[in-house]
Design a protein around this ligand. Structure first.
Ligand code: GLA
Length: 411
């Protein structure tokens, strides 16, 4: 067997030590010591492209986290450095943060401060350094992890009182922080994403999947411990980089919003599966500019929301081994109806299934990024080998792997 690349999570100690060291390198040893905070990336079990349609999704927080070392300032200067991009300090004023005014990764950091301040919360400037073991561009929410780490850091140093204690997180307060992170991403970073990732990073519970209802932002923590069933969730980073700021994601969202308007509903969540969907598709066929596309997109969203409910019912009943076909159906729907898969994702999913996975699907926004496979714990190695081999045969960049467990939220 040849070696495959594993994406390792840092221990808390390691992540904090790295970011403290990087802070000292960036800002010198003078001045007060920074505090450290961190927030997880996420992987979504099912419920893709449903969040911005008022639907359901079911992410877990990953053990892979983004770390921030931060100390508050008395003025409104924001000074930032990243251990990932050692190109020196970035400096900007909180008062100058505005849509279109900040570029690159600093937009996610400064955007959170901006969004909190815009709510009238007493946020000032700060010095901060970030580092992360959440792979960038892998569809595992490195940007939400960055936003959430900054959000809990600012909450702490400016006494906003929103995150709650580690032992007793304040979910209502964290919902406010998540909303600020979404504003940062949508308005300052310019990525029109739907909010699942920020909630996953801030509101998850260790050992649980987060059933997020995007209609009212309510959550239920669904016990999720595959190990107890002799199973594992294998994540395949296809290394095909995805970008949410490009037009495809926005185009999907716009089609859904136009379809909702045509159907006279607030969001596609209002379309029931079965007869309701059939009627909606008839109406779209008559009244849409591009009926074939509208029909496919809406069919995906409505059936995907139903698949989330079905998967949660199986988890609640302890019938975890029966979840595979729902993952498979989700992938087919994303590939054929929503058209957000790509060669690498399809190859990963098919190779995993052929090697014995109980089910597999692309996860996240698509067009690259990661796939997940539900596998027997003792077959993880063989599935990894099979996927790596399938990539090699096609001349694709070698994929990387991690086995995901449901970790804890930002703190
Ligand atoms: C990206 C976005 C999320 C969500 C997913 C698709 O991860 O950030 O808001 O829309 O795509 O489910």
């Amino acid at each position: 067997m040849s070696a495959v690349t594993q994406i390792d999570a840092w221990t808390r100690h390691e992540g904090e030590a790295r970011v403290r060291q990087a802070f000292a390198a960036a800002f010198g040893a003078d001045g007060p010591e920074p505090g450290t905070w961190s927030a997880p990336g996420r992987v979504n079990l099912i419920g893709e492209h449903t969040d911005y349609n008022g639907g359901l999704c079911l992410p877990i927080a990953l053990p892979h986290r983004t770390y921030v070392a931060l100390r508050p300032r008395q003025d409104d200067l924001i000074r930032l450095a990243s251990a990932q991009e050692p190109d020196g300090l970035r400096e900007l004023r909180l008062a100058d943060v505005a849509p279109g005014a900040v570029e690159g990764w600093t937009a996610y950091v400064a955007g959170v401060a901006w969004a909190l301040a815009a709510q009238g919360l007493p946020v000032r400037g700060f010095d901060a350094v970030v580092d992360s073991c959440v792979p960038y561009g892998a569809g595992l929410s490195s940007s939400a992890a960055l936003e959430a780490a900054v959000a809990v850091a600012l909450d702490d140093v400016f006494d906003l009182g929103l995150a709650g204690a580690d032992a007793e997180p304040d979910d209502a307060g964290r919902t406010v922080l998540a909303a600020a992170c979404v504003r940062a991403e949508n308005e300052i970073a310019g990525a029109p994403t739907g909010g699942m990732d920020q909630s996953a990073s801030l509101r998850s519970r260790e050992g649980h999947a987060l059933l997020l209802d995007c209609l009212d932002s309510s959550v239920r923590h669904v016990p999720f411990d595959l190990d107890a069933f002799g199973l594992a969730l294998l994540v395949v980073d296809t290394r095909a980089e995805h970008a949410l700021v490009d037009g495809q994601y926005a185009a999907r969202r716009a089609t859904c919003e136009a379809a909702a308007r045509t159907l006279g509903v607030q969001s596609l969540r209002e379309v029931a599966p079965g007869a309701g969907l059939a009627t909606a598709l008839d109406r779209l066929t008559e009244a849409s500019d591009d009926p074939a596309t509208a029909v496919r997109r809406v069919r995906h969203v409505v059936t995907e929301i139903a698949r989330v409910e079905a998967l949660v019912a199986l988890l609640d009943a302890g019938r975890v081994r029966e979840c595979g076909p729902l993952l498979d159906a989700s992938h087919t729907s994303l590939r054929d109806d929503y058209e957000v898969s790509c060669l690498e994702l399809d190859v990963a999913v098919e190779a995993a299934r052929e090697a014995g996975a109980l089910g597999a699907r692309m996860t996240g926004g698509g067009f690259g990024g990661s796939a997940i496979a539900l596998v027997e714990r003792d077959q993880v190695g063989q599935v990894e080998q099979a996927v790596a081999q399938a990539f090699a045969v096609r001349g694709l960049t070698a994929p990387a792997f991690l086995v995901a467990t449901a970790a804890g939220p930002a703190n």
